[in-house]
Design a protein. Structure first.
Lengths: 145, 145, 145, 145
């Protein structure tokens, strides 16, 4: 699991007095930085590989300005060319939002997806969701080529 | 269906050269304004009713700065207290992103969900997804109280 | 003058119930699209020229969600390599924010500023601030090389 | 001086490959949190006091994704009801952006500005810009009532 501490910003709230729902994907994306780094060690856009093809969010409790949040990020499933990530946002000891995202390992030069390299798989495996033995390296678990 | 024309902004792109994925929920939320107005005619936060509990997005094609996009917004299902909305973003004649969201009709004073009033239902029905006869007014179709 | 109509978004408000101050530069940048197009007709980042070196904003009245705003954009001064732009945001018939920005015409390949071409100057002059005869094409009015 | 460490986000970059200019006011606002807390100790919007009336930014060097930045925040001048704040953003040992902002101490109930209380002044003075003896508590230094 990766943990990222985030300090909510005034500009991330909305008129209803809480954190706006569109801020949550921004925080979740921030939580994935260590995974981006596995694919693009210098984090440069010239060498970028990770392309998102899906995300979903469940809003469980309102999040507020004024208290730090923790983003928890796990690898949920590793496919041939793709990767499923699960995330949670906690504030004040409560899980306030849950989400998942699916990325593909994309070669921008050839404009094609590529198999996730073994060295990266070995790192990803260390961050698999606990109690979860779904690691099936040569299958695409969510219906992808 | 509701249609909303949006002009992409430089600040909505990212270093990979396209519209950043976190912009899509912002555009989808913008597409729901006419629905927010049914629940809160003056669009004031004092009278706000619509609370989001879920959204998901599928990214189909990259979206770019420099060309207008159209957000298409349909009512997908109307429950007792909740509402499912389906949306698409089109650019250059292609559907580039699809998403759905679930809202509840929330009374901030009592902090409870309330049945969607009949007058609002009558309006919502006019914007149901085409070819879709799932309107079951007294059932909660997505497992909600 | 260029005029851009913008529909405020829920995600652009903050917990104080109005449009957040950090939204204003986003709207002002949106108002400059026609100027960007003069320098980069296809609006592609490969051919991008306009680099911002300064902006300032004066907040005059609160701006709210629920009512359209108009961004008014003028050319204030044209230097050798640089350009000063003045902007206002109006809502409900009142000027709610004023700002100015300074851009340079930048060649990303040579990493140097370049003189604004004559053909672009001829277009820019048409959008000079009214009652303003400060157009001094061969002088850098704000202390720039 | 207050120092705030910020990790740049992919969503804060733009198609030109660097941090978008509209992100800078967001980071500067994040740098002011300890000052907001002096005026509103619980950081709740019900008790909010600080209203921004001006900001300006000078862009000195490009800022990039992939390396932490430090926001440095000083009190520049303390007026009767208002406050001038100076800020810098550093990355890789270089000052990349400078800015200042002016806030008033606003009572949302009476809709009037109020004198900054003595206890808050005593705290603010501790964070005055170094080498700066402009503290004139009973004068409004930037032409405000």
């Amino acid at each position: 699991m990766f943990e990222t501490i985030i300090v909510p910003r005034v500009s991330e709230t909305d008129g209803a007095g809480h954190i706006n729902n569109t801020t949550i994907p921004v925080w979740f994306e921030a939580g994935r930085e260590e995974i981006f780094k596995l694919f693009t060690p210098d984090l440069s856009f010239q060498n970028w590989r990770m392309v998102i093809i899906h995300f979903d969010v469940d809003f469980i409790q309102q999040l507020y300005y004024g208290k730090k949040v923790t983003v928890k990020t796990w690898i949920k499933e590793i496919g041939n060319t793709s990767l499923k990530i699960d995330e949670e946002i906690h504030q004040d000891g409560k899980c306030c939002a849950k989400g998942s995202s699916i990325y593909v390992n994309f070669n921008f030069t050839t404009q094609k997806t590529e198999r996730i390299p073994e060295l990266i798989r070995m790192e990803l495996v260390k961050h698999l969701y606990p109690m979860d033995d779904k690691y099936q390296p040569d299958q695409e678990p969510f219906g992808m080529a």
